[in-house]
Design a protein around this ligand. Structure first.
Ligand SMILES: CC(C)(COP(=O)(O)OP(=O)(O)OC[C@H]1O[C@@H](n2cnc3c(N)ncnc32)[C@H](O)[C@@H]1OP(=O)(O)O)[C@@H](O)C(=O)NCCC(=O)NCCS
Length: 198
């Protein structure tokens, strides 16, 4: 398979789990600055369970990497990759934080000229099945609309029933398949698309 066939639809995007495509990432990671105050965009999801959704910041990196590991195992992004993602100029990353400390979910979007691309959505296994994945995806779709984009693409492992179920329930439809896309698992990816109403 050619490397080209493993790339995302976003020309400058990165293969969701194929870390070999990140060989050029500076191993020292980008310079990141932290946020000392909660941003105005922060949303309390449910005061009863103490969860707040807000834009990701540098202070979240260690927790984001932990989430990656519990959600994706061998295909988890490294600290350096995640640092590059949350500080990228065309990226929008959100996290769900527990009042008890720590993150229970995260999701990120790449904002292109013609379409947005979901880079990741992940909910800690201990918090899955409670609607948080949908809350994160809704936030990303809102962000895409705010950026004036109506087409959203994503890739998902063809055996990931939970994620495919989530995306289908939001109206995403499969438009293609990339064989052996994910590394190191070799799993195929489905390419899915959603047309948002403006
Ligand atoms: C995919 C993931 C983000 C879903 O998050 P979640 O918080 O558990 O999902 P939600 O509770 O918001 O469920 C939303 C919808 O997803 C679908 N869904 C969730 N779990 C499902 C499952 N096990 N099987 C089929 N559909 C499922 C359902 O349509 C559900 O809606 P419903 O509850 O009204 O039926 C979560 O399973 C996860 O983090 N998985 C590991 C990381 C991952 O694979 N991310 C996707 C990368 S492409």
């Amino acid at each position: 398979m050619s490397e080209q066939s493993t790339r995302t639809p976003h020309a400058e995007g990165l293969n969701r789990r194929a870390s070999r495509l990140h060989a050029g990432v500076d191993q020292t990671g980008p310079a990141v600055t932290d946020q000392s105050k909660p941003p105005p965009e922060a949303k309390v999801i449910d005061p009863g369970i103490g969860l707040t959704m807000r834009p990701a910041g540098a202070r979240d990196l260690d927790e984001l990497v932990r989430l990656e590991q519990v959600c994706f195992g061998a295909e988890a992004w490294s600290w350096q990759i995640m640092a590059g993602e949350i500080t990228g100029p065309d990226r929008a990353y959100w996290v769900i934080e527990s009042d008890q400390g720590g993150l229970v979910g995260a999701a990120g979007l790449s904002l292109g000229k013609d379409f947005a691309e979901v880079m990741t959505v992940e909910v800690d296994p201990v918090a899955q099945g409670r609607g948080l994945g949908r809350v994160l995806m809704d936030q990303l779709m809102e962000k895409a609309k705010q950026a004036g984009l109506t087409r959203v693409l994503l890739e998902v492992a063809s055996n990931n029933a939970a994620a495919i179920g989530l995306y289908q329930s939001m109206g995403f439809t499969a438009i293609g398949r990339r064989q052996g896309y994910y590394q190191p698992s070799g799993q195929d990816a489905l390419v899915m698309q959603l047309q948002l109403s403006p």
